[in-house]
Design a protein around this ligand. Sequence first.
Ligand code: DGI
Ligand code: FE
Ligand code: FE
Ligand code: FE
Length: 186
Amino acid sequence: MKREEALKIVKEQLTDHRYQHTLGVMETAIALAKQYGADEKNAELAAIFHDYAKFRPQDEMRQIILSQKFPQDLLEYHAELWHAPAGAYLVEKEAGILDKEILDAIRYHTSGRPGMTLLEKVIYLADYIEPGRHFPGVDEVRALAKQDLDTALIQAVKNTIQFLMKKNHPVYPESFQTYNDLVMED
Ligand code: DGI
Ligand code: FE
Ligand code: FE
Ligand code: FE
């Protein structure tokens, strides 16, 4: 699918702010793909579609998770986690994206997972450091991303978990497992 067609499809699903975020993730993901040798076209499409389900009703996302045998423990955790797996499902059904690598990059863009693929890492990190992001610590991760993908990713995952813990929010186990897997990888 061409970039223009994909952008047109997601634009209808998103607020203007979220669409601008998506454009930032797209540019960042393509740059990271170039730098680290991931497929640039897949990075472009995964980035464009990564937040496709962000504004779907919670009931719809819950039904998708229940009916598709996705990890059911997602439903016990914050609903913000649901748009990633629900998005992978809807992007396949509604936008006709069939590439499993792209769908998995969408599926795991919020929690990560142990054994992330190169494309999954690129999308997770691009989502975190795109130019529209302004949270504390993001500049450090941007700098790390210039040097080493995994080091940057560890910092991004760690910041996310710490942010949630500071607010006494529950952390989805897969997010912790992603962190453990990355720091034990090498
Ligand atoms: O959709 P975005 O805002 O671009 O970013 P995202 O999909 O990476 O994250 C969405 C939200 O999910 C963000 O506010 C942080 C939250 N989140 C990420 N990991 C976890 C989480 N929330 C809980 N409860 N547990 C997690 O492990
Ligand atoms: Fe997201
Ligand atoms: Fe993210
Ligand atoms: Fe995003």
